[in-house]
Design a protein around this ligand. Sequence first.
Ligand code: PLP
Length: 411
Amino acid sequence: MNTAVLSESVQNSLDYTLFSWSKQKGLNPIDAVRGEGVYLYDSNGKKYIDFSSQLINVNIGHGNRKVIEAITSQLQQLQFVYPGMSTDPRGQLGKRLAEIAPGNLSKTFFTLGGAEANENAIKLARTVTGRSKIMSFYRSYHGATYAAMSAGGDPRKFAMDNAAVPNMIHVHNPYYYRCPYGSSSEKECAERTLHQIEETLKYENPESFAAFILEGQSGSSGCILYPQGFVKALHTLLQKYGILLIDDEVMSGFGRTGKMFAIEHHDVVPDIMTIAKGLTSGYLPLGGVMMTPQIAEHFNDQMLPLGLTYSAHPVACAAGVANLEVFDELNLVSNAAEKGNIVDAFAARMFEKHQSIGDWRNQGLLGCFELVKNRDSKEPITPWNAHPSQMEPTQRMLAKVRELGMFTFVR
Ligand code: PLP
């Protein structure tokens, strides 16, 4: 039993607020008070290295003066106008995004975060195509609002299953480490997965599909890397049936994988791309749906059926503009690629040393260890969709990591 006296801020947070994705009893959150660069400090002065950039979103690090000053200066000038007005930060951020986005993605509808971006991307795809079905991977996460959650396959959605948004069809990932089709090479796993996707499309009526939504690179479902050529072949298959590709870059975007957007590793330009997290490095909430001119033009003479009070919030947009300048000044995208090589070398050494590491998958700085009880059987340390009572090893790892002064993500 934890008998430590909790600080007032922890006690108030526990008594009057709810914490995501947890049973509320027995929580013991880090009482964060300050951040600088890759470090966070709690109210006892303990220092933590923020190894996952919080929720894989504080891409430029904590306490960046340039972004803080851009936010405060915008606040002094104009703190809010409704989304029907234009503002300088809105225009500037839209323009910069068009410059850095893959191919001809050139127009952005701003949201507050990632789930909302996907929610609106799904609405957009359905409106433009006049079709309703959305295809996605079982091992994926697209956010916690209804349509985004229904599109994802993460078991966190099971609690809402009885009210899932309809017309979401899931297929297996090309997950070579545990290939659902028992393949003996990555190439074979990719081919068999693609074949099954086409079969599913045919059984489900390909002409009823508006879009396929996938993560630019898989994140919280286990950093499952796409086999070489897979995304391109999938894109070609989708084009054959007039199905749009929605690329969710919420986690994998903004340099995380060593390219500005992860889809760039695959030489594919999606029809719609969703962004959030690293767009402002978490300094303020902001997300967006980017689209090709062809999709945007659909609404030249038709109402755009999307809207949010805080769409294109001027202060959040000012944070985004300054944040992207920091990316350029510090060469953060190439830095992520270089640092990724160093991390890969360390990971290879850890793989030699620790039998519990079944697999290491990484691109740039978006990577994870898959932990197993036994390398031959590949039995996971904690089962897929583990019951809280089966989570003890995970909780123990988290506690140890914290004790050692590190914060990271364990799933
Ligand atoms: N899409 C992906 C790939 C994500 O990883 C996340 C969050 O982790 C989301 C969407 C949801 O973003 P948000 O939590 O900002 O709604």
